[in-house]
Design a protein around this ligand. Structure first.
Ligand code: CA
Length: 230
């Protein structure tokens, strides 16, 4: 999908120049010529970046930037011909991400737009990174924090119990022999015997099963091993 850029600029020739270069670079570009209409669209639509002229009739760019910032944290690239404005942008801490001075080179504008959008996307991406979880019916396993919940109450497991539960839950509907489980959880070289597996299965069941004689999660496949039922 094309990235959407909103240009708020009252001078048509400048707005159209910016738009043409951005369109060549595969952006979807919208132009608004007044501060009020620009602000309304900035608030109500999804844009990846806003190019904001500071010298607009009626409402100035600083005020618009402040108002956009109340509701959106997308990059705002401010445009001005006046050095005083640039100093003011720096000083005010308005949350404008960058500024560009008129006259500007269109290729520089495009480069800055691209840089800000990708930086913002990385930021959003890192914010949205969630813990990896395994969820099966009422059971929820958070792999990163190694925590487990059953119907919203937290259950507590030892390290190997957790490893066993997670391994089975991540490989549901497959039968594993006790030997295989021992290899997977304790490692091939570990000392011990496979009765450890039976003991750990029992302990995990006591925590997650309502009735351990009729397990709903970890089934015993007689003579073969265990299977996590989904
Ligand atoms: Ca202007």
């Amino acid at each position: 999908m094309k990235k959407r850029v909103l240009i708020i600029e009252d001078e048509s020739t400048i707005a159209e120049l910016q738009r043409d270069y951005l369109i060549i670079n595969d952006f979807d570009v919208q132009i608004e010529k007044t501060g009020d209409s620009g602000l309304a669209r900035a608030k109500n639509e999804n844009f990846e970046l806003i190019i904001l002229d500071l010298m607009l009739p009626n409402i100035d760019g600083f005020e618009i930037c402040r108002k956009i910032r109340e509701v959106k944290d997308i990059p705002v690239l401010m445009v001005s011909a006046r050095k005083e404005d640039i100093d003011k942008i720096r000083g005010l801490g308005l949350g404008a991400d960058d500024y560009i001075t008129k006259p500007f080179s269109p290729s520089e504008l495009v480069a800055r737009v691209k840089a800000h959008i990708s930086r913002y996307e990385r930021l959003i991406g890192s914010k949205e990174k969630k813990n990896e979880t395994v969820s099966i019916r009422n059971l929820l396993i958070d792999k990163d924090s190694r925590r487990v919940w059953m119907e919203n109450s937290e259950l507590f497991f030892t390290g190997k119990e957790f490893d066993m539960l997670l391994f089975l839950a991540e490989n549901p509907n497959r039968v594993f022999s006790r030997e295989e489980l021992f290899d997977k959880i304790w490692g091939m070289d570990a000392y011990g015997d496979i009765s450890t597996v039976t003991v750990h299965i029992k302990k995990v069941r006591e925590k997650i099963e309502i009735d351990t004689s009729k397990p709903q999660y970890i089934e015993t496949i007689w003579g073969i091993g265990y299977r996590f039922k989904v």
